[in-house]
Design a protein around this ligand. Structure first.
Ligand code: HEM
Length: 441
């Protein structure tokens, strides 16, 4: 009730606050709150104050101010979702971030891209020549093992169909419950807690294998092996779990959406196929290898990936206020969680005209060669702790889309689902199944 604080939505149950209404469909709740309370408002929910900043003018403060902190915002969720102690997290986090950022920087991607391409080829060729199935399942069954092999090592990728299936089930349970698991005691989330334990023991064995197979040559080490050179406490499997989750949880739904948007719009599909034909029309469809430079010849596919990311961005990203901070005419008190929604920011027509439309051409204006996205695009966060996997993500999705469409003709059997409004963490999941027919070309 402080006169300088932003308007606060409390609900009618003390302590619990607006948690119930907010939790049901948080993305819709945010849009309604914005319309009613303006560009800055606080939601009091389950003993926490979540203060949302919605104006582009305030994003720089969100990302750059010394009065807000990334590590303090994520430490408790990290402890709950990966059982990493507070001491270990504050000690190791800056080095872990710097390591991933350094290994996956754009200029280093050539070290991993040809192996990744070989993995995608191998797993795509395991599909039958023709068939039908859920598009999300198809993407997962190829991408999980390929990306895990690429980042964690071939010996750490699920090898058989049954192993991929088991991993997929456990990972999906963990991923779907991640948001609740980051807030609630495990006691309320039995199935999720079991999946987390299953993944943690898998990570323990992966760490042992990675240590056993490590090579003295820096360039042939996997990302996991690099990680193990800086982590000296007993939590290395726990960090490996988080790194694996971060590398799969956002990129895989975006791959689904990119494919869905392309094949549901005939003119986009045609342009993509023309680009593919002119770039590698004569190659062997079973063995195609894409290099970094060949990927640069598929700019339209890259625009499609970025446009899918824009439309299906993470619901929120967060910082903790550590000293009072002024935003608009309000003072935000220390202890508040400061929240920014990339999903809603990308629907601001001042930056993205006709924001709900999938328009890959809008990315023509971005200076991607200089690593600059479009103004107003915040899907990867910003500031010191911006997503360190962003260049890898763009490369892997573009490569996967280029390869699958080169090899297979895809036809949608259902209409493209809407994004689910149930989650705030991470990129948006489809609200229902979406079947496709595929035929090897
Ligand atoms: C389209 C795909 C992706 C999106 C939209 C995305 C988005 C994000 C966002 C918004 C953050 C938080 C940044 C902030 O608060 O400022 C983040 C963090 C992170 N991302 Fe990504 N990400 C993607 C793919 C990836 C991939 C493929 C990897 C790894 C290979 C990765 C690794 C990470 C890690 C490790 C963090 C935590 C950084 C830290 O704790 O310092 N991400 N990502």
């Amino acid at each position: 009730k402080h006169p300088n604080y932003p308007p606060c939505i409390r609900g009618w149950i003390p302590w619990f606050g607006a948690a119930f209404q907010f939790g049901k469909a948080p993305l819709d709740f945010l849009a309604q709150a914005r319309a009613k309370y303006g560009p800055v408002f606080t939601i009091a929910a389950a003993g926490k104050r979540l203060t949302f900043v919605n104006l582009h003018e305030d994003f720089n403060t969100f990302f750059m101010s010394k009065d807000v902190d990334f590590q303090q915002a994520v430490q408790d969720p990290v402890q709950r979702t990966a059982s990493i102690s507070k001491e270990s997290f504050f000690k190791n986090h800056p080095a872990c971030h710097a390591l991933i950022k350094g290994r996956l920087t754009r200029s280093n991607l050539h070290e991993v891209s040809s192996d990744l391409c070989a993995e995608f080829n191998e797993h795509l060729e395991l599909l039958t020549d023709e068939g039908a199935g859920d598009l999300s399942d198809l993407v997962r069954h190829v991408m999980y093992p390929a990306v895990m092999s690429n980042l964690l090592g071939k010996c750490n990728s699920p090898a058989s169909k049954a192993a991929v299936q088991e991993f997929t089930e456990q990972f999906q349970t963990y991923d779907e419950g991640f948001e609740y698991g980051s807030q609630l005691p495990e006691l309320f989330l039995r199935k999720w807690a079991k999946a987390k334990q299953w993944l943690l023991s898998l990570m323990k064995s992966m760490v042992l294998k990675a240590k056993r197979n490590t090579s003295p040559d820096t360039n042939s080490k996997t990302l996991l092996q690099h990680f193990l050179t800086i982590l000296t406490d007993s939590f290395s499997p726990n960090y490996a779990l988080l790194m694996m989750w971060a590398s799969l949880a956002n990129a895989i739904p975006i791959t689904f959406w990119t494919l869905g948007f392309i094949i549901s719009q005939p003119s986009v599909y045609r342009t993509v196929m023309e680009e593919i034909a002119s770039s590698f029309g004569e190659k062997d469809k079973t063995k195609s290898v894409l290099s970094e430079s060949e990927l640069q010849q598929l700019p339209y596919i890259q625009w499609c990936v970025l446009e899918a990311i824009r439309l299906r961005s993470p619901g929120t990203i967060t910082r903790k206020v550590v000293r009072p901070i002024k935003i608009q005419n309000y003072i935000i008190p220390p202890g508040d969680m400061l929240m920014l929604s990339p999903f809603w920011a990308h629907r601001d027509p001042r930056y993205f005209p006709e924001p709900e439309k999938f328009m890959p051409e809008r990315w023509k204006k971005a200076n991607l060669e200089k690593n600059v996205f479009l103004e107003g695009f915040v899907a990867f966060g910003g500031g010191r702790y911006q997503c360190p996997g962003r260049w890898y993500a763009l490369m892997e999705i573009q490569m996967f889309i280029g390869l699958i469409l080169y090899k297979y003709e895809l036809t949608l059997l259902d209409s493209l689902p809407k994004p689910s409004s149930r989650h705030l963490v991470g990129t948006q999941q489809p609200d229902g199944p979406c079947r496709v027919q595929y035929n090897h070309r």
